[in-house]
Design a protein around this ligand. Structure first.
Ligand SMILES: [Zn+2]
Length: 210
């Protein structure tokens, strides 16, 4: 988990650089860091099996490495957003606008989609990258619940962390790649999807696209 200080710093940035943290209703599942052959196919199958559509914030370099997977996400009815061309904190990038633009180009080439949503790595825009969003027609999206699935934790724990915060309007942060995390595989995230969906539906919640 991020340290308390890191988390507070992130929330301070959300105040300076506002984005969507919650919806008016429904629950939106979102998956960052893919597409990745390790777990994206399993996540797609888990969603399909339950008739849930989700939003995937893709990394441009992952899209270029696995364009067929990116296309499959879009073809199976999910929404595609941008997570940057490289998975690097925006403060550390030389040209932050260019990074978002390259990501949009990679996603467009692979899927034919023109993404309108962006979530920066670690949920942290810089002043420069936030300003670039409006120039590029991108709406910032954050989250209001997470599965802690950048850590090597089992599916049951991921589901527990998510469902305790599920209520109308929740945007759930999950990851369909372990490429930028502290775990070997993102498959536990795919394995957590059935329990998350079942618990949400028992509570009368609909799963919606952003
Ligand atoms: Zn990420």
């Amino acid at each position: 988990m991020p340290s308390f200080r890191q988390h507070i710093e992130t929330l301070e940035r959300w105040r300076r650089f506002p984005g969507v943290e919650r919806l008016a209703g429904g629950v939106a599942l979102t998956f960052d860091d893919g597409p990745d052959p390790d777990a994206t196919p399993a996540v797609l199958d888990a969603l399909d099996a339950r008739g849930v559509r989700a939003t995937f914030f893709m990394v441009g370099e992952q899209v270029e490495a696995h364009p067929e997977l990116a296309r499959s996400v879009a073809e199976r009815g999910h929404a595609v957003g941008l997570h940057g061309f490289r998975h690097v904190e925006h403060d550390l990038l030389d040209d932050q606008r260019r990074d978002l633009q390259l990501c949009a180009e990679a996603v467009g080439a692979a899927t034919g989609a023109r993404p309108r949503l962006v979530r920066p790595p670690y949920g942290r825009f810089s002043a420069e990258s936030f300003a670039a969003c409006s120039e590029l027609g991108l709406s910032p999206v954050y989250w209001s619940a997470w599965g802690g699935d950048w850590e090597p934790i089992p599916a049951e724990r991921i589901a527990d962390l998510v469902v305790r915060d599920l209520d109308p309007g929740t945007i759930v942060l999950l990851h369909d790649s372990a490429g930028y995390a502290y775990r070997e595989s993102a498959r536990p995230t795919a394995e957590a999807v059935p329990a998350i969906v079942a618990t949400g539906r028992e509570a009368g919640l609909d799963f919606v696209l952003l």
